[in-house]
Design a protein. Structure first.
Length: 232
């Protein structure tokens, strides 16, 4: 057979296979009318040299899909359970903060609740005014000035911090702190940072969700506002 005839045969075979594939795609009920083919057609098994019927292969494919969907469902259920736990803990923390009357009581409550319910190794609340922040920035002083961009963004943040930032927030505990969750506290009179530290460097990683931290910041901010503005 000439090379030209060989190429023509190959092209013809490929066209024929495509025509069959197109037909089956357009007529999915074909095998309902020809159930015997499902048992008689043999295809290679993906993991060994056995040949299985098309029906058996479909069953195996469906089982794989079921296992995959089951894993996804279990992941969603675990996320829902974790969200429920966080909401319950936030509710309990909110009730505890309602009972506070001084700044020291607020800090003590945050430290007790976050360490007990959220396994935090360190909890600190650093408060300052907008004027204090501007003055520190203008004079190049450490402290609040190191968090100017963070406060400007107004969003919680998780991850690692520079040594100077850790020292300002946690003092003597800075060296033991591997990762931090930062929560901006904003108000008309008072602003600041709630810092939650962990010895585990992977505990508060940059990809961690911050919705709970945002709600926590709202609760703490509102508590401080009521405390500093009688009658609110």
């Amino acid at each position: 057979m000439s090379e030209e005839n060989t190429k023509s045969s190959i092209i013809g075979a490929e066209d024929g296979e495509q025509a069959v594939a197109d037909y089956l795609a357009d007529n999915p009920e074909f095998f309902e009318r020809h159930l015997g083919l499902l048992r008689d057609l043999k295809i290679p098994h993906p993991t060994d040299d056995r040949a299985v019927s098309l029906m058996e292969r479909q069953v195996m494919t469906l089982r794989d899909q079921v296992e995959r969907y089951r894993g996804q469902l279990e992941d969603l259920i675990e996320v829902a359970r974790e969200n429920e736990r966080l909401n319950r803990r936030l509710h309990e923390l909110t009730l505890a903060l309602i009972e506070t009357g001084t700044l020291d009581e607020v800090l003590n409550t945050l430290q007790d609740e976050l360490r007990t319910q959220f396994d935090a190794d360190a909890v600190e609340l650093r408060l300052f005014s907008a004027a204090d922040l501007d003055q520190a920035v203008n004079e190049g002083e450490p402290g609040p000035a190191m968090f100017r961009d963070f406060m400007k963004q107004g969003k919680p943040k998780c991850g690692e911090l520079q040594h100077e930032q850790l020292a300002y927030l946690f003092g003597s505990q800075a060296k033991e702190t591997g990762s931090v969750a930062l929560v901006p506290i904003t108000g008309e009179r008072t602003m600041g940072i709630l810092a939650i530290g962990s010895r585990d460097a992977s505990r508060f990683h940059s990809g961690k969700g911050t919705e709970f931290l945002r709600r926590l910041g709202d609760v703490v901010g509102r508590t401080l506002q009521v405390m500093t503005e009688p009658g609110v």
